[in-house]
Write a protein that binds this ligand. Structure first.
Ligand SMILES: [Zn+2]
Length: 191
């Protein structure tokens, strides 16, 4: 049954991977965490496994997701941050109790206060969003060039000229569209 749900888009920035669970916001939107179980699956893939999730917790997660999207979009456009979105992000950040744990292999792992505490996982995501929106990390917030997407992503390329949120989806689609447009132009010019 789970295979029937849309796949996750995995990036290397937690906060924007999370906002990417709703894609094509300006086209035919794809909800990638349609059920509490799918949020649990996403959290597990991202090192924040929980053993239960209620509908209310899923709603809170989506509220945080859209708040991060709104604030990151404003930051990318260098607009004022929307106050309500900042409020939600700060609330989520303050409400959770997650601890960073250093493993013997020298990796960071997140330890939640309890395995049923989705709020702890959300606090880690909120803190990640704060660090990129505050400009603390090496990279730049930008908006995907695809008009049906416009997702906020964190560009860590050397030149800071990345155009798409995801090369395998939006990037490829744009390339194909350009290829077909060129072919149409070329075939009409030979007529
Ligand atoms: Zn995109």
């Amino acid at each position: 049954m789970r295979a029937a749900f849309p796949d996750f888009r995995l990036g290397n920035v937690l906060a924007t991977s999370f906002t990417g669970t709703l894609s094509e916001r300006h086209g035919n939107a794809v909800e990638r965490i349609p059920t509490p179980q799918r949020l649990m699956d996403w959290l597990e893939v991202n090192g924040l496994a929980v053993d239960s999730c209620t509908t209310a917790q899923l709603d809170l997660a989506r509220e945080l997701r859209e708040s991060i999207h709104a604030a990151a979009t404003a930051a990318a456009l260098q607009d004022a941050l929307p106050a309500d979105a900042v409020h939600v992000i700060n609330d989520c950040s303050a409400q959770g109790r997650a601890a960073a744990i250093l493993t013997p292999d020298g990796e960071r792992r997140w330890q939640l206060s309890s395995a049923s505490c989705v709020e702890d996982a959300l606090s880690v995501i909120a803190a990640d969003a704060i660090s990129i929106i505050a400009g603390e990390r090496d990279g730049k917030l930008a908006l995907c060039a695809s008009p049906t997407c416009r997702a906020a992503f964190f560009d860590t390329s050397q030149s800071r000229t990345r155009k798409w949120c995801d090369m395998n989806t939006c990037g490829n689609r744009q390339k194909k569209a350009r290829f077909h447009a060129n072919r149409r132009k070329n075939s009409s010019s030979t007529e």
